[in-house]
Design a protein around this ligand. Structure first.
Ligand code: FAD
Ligand code: N01
Length: 535
């Protein structure tokens, strides 16, 4: 009889997800000579950029920086057309990468991973999909931080006779809202991007707002070919400079080290105006202490509120659109004509902060006893972020330990890369890594490169098992929390804290500071994978 040890494994690595992370992981695994298979639930590759096809969807980190850097030829040859690339262009780019590096033959689409169980006897994973069961030495989760869409449970939703959509699961054929009365629930980044577009098409648009949002103009437009050419003469240097910035992007227009408190009101006003004119997330780089000092933050917040008052004609609407929470505590939005959209006669704002949406009826939505009749409702209600996609899979480690049980009070990882009790298991941009508080493409590449180097080290040393150390994990979780507690991030109900999903534990999930994190990962690797047990 064959012992489990003698059973050949189907793959060296199973990779779950075919977005930016899964594709690059596959490429690196192939370079190591590994047999790898990617399972992707969608019918196409691209992850975020496959699913989020809502009108107005685009990146908020500039295209030249929100892209892969692992191949110099790729980054030289690919031409971006806009400062912030649209969803179709980013998807075309990802498809080009897959073709260029011949990735598709190892990607299995329309295949959802349901369970992943570790087998102690031979240090392998048994991965069950909705089609088959396979075994592999390593199980690598490239399941995405923002891939598990969240639709709030609202009474009567099933009785609504109109159409419903979620921004994160947009129909491929697009949606024509012409002639319709449309409701949008949610004013985060997806709402901010889609609302101006839907307003132009729909007969009538009602926006149901629970929390007003801060948004900075994108000033998007065609990318100057001369600028693109010039950047490409020093692309590697730009990427290197970005890797030393707090968020992994923006070295062209660096964040300031100045403190708001040291500046005069006139100096602050000038600086905020300059950053507002420049547009985009650079606004948060105006002063070093914006996320550290409430007074500093409030001055910047008031600057944005003044912009809202200037943009929106009706003072009552302007007041309702003016956020009160800490600026940047929820992800800052980047828009094209968002606030101005509320000047349109066909757009109405309904405040659901103190009077939540009561219920759906057959005809529409009821708030505070008033029924809003609608032909279509768009849920721009976001995601069960960072842990959602992982917790939807039945992941079991040593002795059947379930990851979702281990994480019941919040995710626990070492470096966001692995979790104690789950050997040979890696997460790309997992909770506890900078992930969503960094430019995600370089953050993904950094994680994939680290994992690939680690796998290479294991190959060269004939090792078959790597597992997180308990003490290292405990210490890391403490560090992630302690760092967050020195900032204003935990002060509001953001998805960074899981606060958007009822019942989810309130734990700050990303690690703040990309360069410190990268240095720590490098140090861990240089010290023989300190904090991991290899055997
Ligand atoms: P994803 O692209 O989310 O891919 C994960 C894939 O895993 C998905 O295709 C999913 O179907 C698949 N999957 C999950 N579970 C399973 C399973 N059980 N079985 C099989 N397959 C599974 N970040 C930035 O840094 N800058 C931006 O400008 C930016 N813009 C964004 C705009 C939008 C609309 C959204 C939603 C996010 C944005 N992000 C941005 C974050 C974005 O998610 C990342 O930048 C990046 O695309 C994530 O890539 P990924 O491969 O890690 O995950
Ligand atoms: O989701 P969100 P998102 N009743 O969670 C509201 C990235 N991204 O899809 O704030 C009424 O931010 C909710 O209200 P509140 C980016 O990282 C980037 O917009 O919880 N309202 C909120 O207004 C982003 O941060 C881009 O009070 C309800 C909204 O729904 C992340 O993805 C574009 C509600 C959800 O906002 C998520 O963005 C898109 C209810 N019951 C996404 N439930 C770029 O621009 C929820 N809401 C690059």
């Amino acid at each position: 009889m064959r012992t489990p040890d003698a059973i050949p494994l189907d793959f060296d690595a199973v990779i779950v997800g075919a977005g930016f992370a899964g594709l690059y992981m596959l490429h690196r695994a192939r370079e190591l000579g590994m047999r790898a298979r990617v399972f992707e639930a969608g019918a196409g590759i691209g992850g975020t950029w496959y699913w989020n096809r809502y009108p107005g969807a685009r990146c908020d980190i500039e295209s030249l920086e929100y892209s892969y850097q692992f191949s110099e030829e790729l980054q030289q040859e690919w031409e971006w057309t806009e400062r912030y690339a649209s969803q179709p262009e980013i998807l075309r780019y990802i498809e080009h990468v897959a073709e260029r590096f011949d990735l598709l033959r190892d990607i299995q689409l329309e295949t959802r991973v349901l369970t992943a169980h570790f087998r102690d006897s031979d240090n392998s994973w048994t991965v069950e999909t909705d089609h088959e069961t396979v075994t592999a030495r390593y199980c690598i989760m490239a399941t995405g931080c923002l891939s598990s869409s969240h639709t709030p449970a609202i009474e009567g939703a099933e009785s609504f006779q109109g159409k419903t959509f979620h921004t994160g699961r947009w129909p491929h054929e697009g949606v024509d809202f012409s002639g319709m009365r449309v409701g949008v629930i949610g004013t985060g980044s997806s709402g901010v991007q889609s609302i101006p577009m839907i307003a132009k098409q729909a007969d009538d648009l009602t926006v149901f707002q629970r929390t007003a949002t801060y948004s900075v103009p994108a000033h998007n437009g065609p990318l100057d070919p001369e600028y693109q050419r010039e950047v490409k003469t020093r692309y590697a240097a730009l990427r290197a400079a970005n890797s030393h910035t707090h968020l992994g992007f923006g070295s062209e227009y660096p964040a300031s080290d100045d403190l708001s408190a040291d500046a005069t009101p006139e100096q602050r006003e000038t600086r905020y105006q300059q950053r507002w004119q420049r547009g985009g997330l650079h606004f948060m780089g105006a002063y070093l202490d914006l996320m550290l000092d409430r007074d500093a933050n409030e001055i910047a917040a008031e600057f944005v509120r003044a912009k809202i008052r200037a943009a929106v004609k009706d003072p009552t609407t302007a007041e309702l659109l003016s956020p009160r929470q800490v600026l940047g505590c929820k992800r800052l939005c980047v828009d094209t004509g968002y606030y101005e959209t509320f000047n349109r006669d066909n757009v109405h704002l309904v405040d659901v902060s103190s009077n939540p949406i009561e219920r759906f009826t057959e005809r529409g939505i009821v708030v505070d006893g008033n029924e809003y009749e609608l032909d279509a409702v768009v849920f721009a209600t976001g995601f069960d972020a960072m842990t959602g996609a992982l917790n939807r899979i039945d992941i079991r480690g040593i002795d059947g330990l379930a990851l979702r049980e281990k994480w019941a009070a919040g995710p626990r990882t070492y470096l966001g890369l692995g979790s104690k009790g789950f050997p040979n298991f890696f997460i790309i941009t997992g909770p506890g890594s900078p992930s969503v508080l960094a430019n995600m493409v370089p953050a993904i590449e950094q994680h994939v490169d680290w994992i690939a180097e680690c796998l290479s080290h294991m190959q060269s040393n004939q090792l078959t098992r790597i597992e997180v150390d308990q003490a290292a994990e405990d210490d890391w979780v403490d560090q992630v929390n302690a760092l967050a507690d020195t900032t204003l991030y935990p002060s509001c109900n953001s998805w960074y804290l899981g606060a958007n999903v009822p019942g989810k534990p309130r734990v700050f999930m990303p690690y703040l500071s990309y360069p410190i994190y990268v240095a720590k990962c490098d140090e861990v690797a240089a010290n023989d994978y300190e904090g991991f047990e290899l055997s």
